[in-house]
Design a protein around this ligand. Structure first.
Ligand SMILES: NC(=O)c1ccc[n+]([C@@H]2O[C@H](COP(=O)([O-])OP(=O)(O)OC[C@H]3O[C@@H](n4cnc5c(N)ncnc54)[C@H](O)[C@@H]3O)[C@@H](O)[C@H]2O)c1
Length: 217
């Protein structure tokens, strides 16, 4: 089930998967929308086994003194409240399935810092704390883990720069990554697939950093 604010994009992706994929509209900041999407997913597939809290965005880089309050509200609304609401509304269905797994998209920005990134970084650190607390609370039935990726050239950067990642910014980011390249969506997808699988059956509360070594540099 692909659930996104951009329902058309979710439907397009579902139609290319060639699996028994479905899609629906979801605003992760709206409790009513979240409850509806969870009910739809449970009914459509007969249960929910894995929840991936992937929706997220950032703000334009800015010193804190210049940070618009609306940017704080939007970033915390989607990244933190969205993770809270979707997790809260999935727990019943995950329990009815006999257990399962929640995977939260945090960011290496939660643990590796730079100027102008305070609000996004703090929102992703909140996701880490949320993940570790919820893992304790939901054990032994539901595992809860987080993934901390480094920069990937996705539409995400429209929220930072008003456009896709500019070449100069991409090069500066690449230079700070010891493994010498940006993250690819497939790097994150493989980490999600691992944490969702029985290969990760004894892993909960973990924050898996997928950053080519960025946080070491
Ligand atoms: N791309 C990166 O450099 C990067 C790095 C580290 C972490 N992340 C995190 O990875 C996750 C995925 O990012 P991405 O790169 O795929 O970005 P993306 O912009 O391609 O995808 C994010 C999706 O979230 C959706 N969304 C935004 N607000 C929403 C809302 N209120 N309700 C429902 N859906 C909403 C958007 O429509 C979009 O489809 C995010 O949580 C992001 O913070 C991204």
């Amino acid at each position: 089930m692909l659930a996104d604010l951009d329902a058309d994009a979710a439907a397009d992706v579902a139609s290319t998967l060639g699996l028994d994929a479905a899609s629906c509209h979801l605003d992760v900041t709206d409790a009513g929308s979240v409850a509806e999407a969870m009910a739809f997913a449970e009914q459509r597939f007969g249960g929910i086994d894995v929840l991936v809290n992937n929706a997220g965005l950032t703000h334009r880089p800015a010193p804190l003194e210049d940070m618009p309050d609306a940017a704080y509200d939007l970033v915390f609304g989607v990244n933190v409240k969205g993770t809270y609401l979707c997790s809260k509304h999935a727990i019943g269905a995950l329990r009815r399935s006999g257990g399962g797994s929640i995977i939260n998209l945090s960011s290496v920005a939660a643990i590796a810092h730079r100027s102008g990134n305070t609000v996004y970084s703090a929102s992703k650190a909140a996701v880490v704390a949320f993940t570790r607390n919820l893992a304790l609370e939901l054990a032994p039935t539901i595992r809860v883990n987080a993934i901390l990726p480094v920069a990937a050239d996705t539409p995400f950067f429209v929220s930072a720069f008003g456009e896709r990642l500019p070449a100069a910014a991409a090069e500066a980011m690449r230079a700070g990554i010891p493994l010498g390249r940006l993250c690819e969506p497939a790097d994150v997808a493989r980490a999600v697939a691992f944490l969702a699988s029985d290969d990760a059956a004894f892993i909960t509360g973990e924050c898996l950093v997928v950053d080519g070594g960025r946080n070491l540099a």
